[in-house]
Design a protein around this ligand. Structure first.
Ligand SMILES: Nc1ncnc2c1ncn2[C@@H]1O[C@H](COP(=O)(O)OP(=O)(O)OP(=O)(O)O)[C@@H](O)[C@H]1O
Ligand SMILES: [Mg+2]
Length: 235
């Protein structure tokens, strides 16, 4: 089975022999080469410490590769600076494994941030925030301080914030780690909706319930190296 994106599809993320060495004895990623197509949904799996979060950080340019090259939409990210880098970052929505929420602000304020910084109209922001919180079963948390929410609730606020501004690329790190089965399904439904609307969605996860039945590609990392890339059989 061909496990590469189709030849004709435009490549959104291209990693060429990317490695990340945090220190002499911590080689988090080793020679990763992978192409992810524009509009693809792509899973990164592997045991704790395998390098999943590091890989997402390289794609979002939060960390620089020690060696190798990463291109987003055909442009090498290390060459982007100032305005161009800021513009690229606006197109990427990231839901961090450790959330990075403003814990003294409300759920609604956190979700609104990315839209506010890109000067969306207040009325549009209010509607989008309300819709997203409703889709994630958080309507009653709209005005609650996020620091007071449960981990599962904070995780969903993080996801809503990542996708609020309709980014072209969505990177999500363990989006369902603290959730029950019904809420997990809501999260995946929303991510699939974003993907169907055209976003490239990359999901790092331990949770096999979310990729067990997928027909999308799955890359397994082991100790910083690619163990396999395969397409789920969709059953
Ligand atoms: N900032 C850092 N400084 C030093 N070492 C780090 C740093 N971030 C990650 N590491 C190390 O790099 C390796 C890969 O970590 P990473 O967080 O990418 O793994 P992961 O697959 O996301 O794990 P988990 O499933 O637990 O989230 C681990 O050995 C980790 O301890
Ligand atoms: Mg991680």
């Amino acid at each position: 089975m061909n496990t590469n994106p189709t030849q004709s599809s435009e490549i959104m993320i291209e990693m060429i022999k990317a490695s990340k060495v945090y220190s002499k004895d911590v080689k988090a990623l080793n020679d990763i080469s992978i192409s992810i197509a524009n509009g693809e949904m792509f899973f990164i799996i592997g045991m704790s410490g395998a390098g999943k979060t590091t890989l997402l950080k390289l794609i979002s340019s939060m960390e620089q590769p020690t060696t190798g090259l990463i291109e987003i939409g055909g442009a090498p990210i290390h060459q982007l600076k100032g305005y161009k880098l800021a513009r690229l970052r606006q197109k990427i929505g990231v839901a961090y494994q450790d959330f990075k929420l403003l814990t003294d602000r409300t759920a609604a304020e956190n979700v609104a941030i990315s839209m506010e910084v890109s000067y969306k109209k207040p009325q549009m922001i209010r509607k989008r925030v309300k819709d997203l919180l409703a889709q994630l079963d958080l309507t009653d948390k709209h005005n609650k301080i996020t620091g007071d929410l449960s981990r599962g609730e904070q995780q969903r606020v993080t996801l809503a914030r990542a996708i609020a501004n309709s980014p072209t690329m969505i990177l999500v790190d363990e989006p369902t780690g603290n959730l029950d089965a019904a809420t997990t399904e809501k999260v995946m439904k929303l991510l699939m909706k974003c993907n169907k609307a055209g976003a490239t969605v990359v999901i790092a996860t331990h949770d096999d319930t979310i990729f067990r039945h997928t027909s999308h590609r799955i890359m397994e990392l082991q100790k910083g190296s690619i163990l396999s890339v395969s397409r789920g059989n969709g059953t």
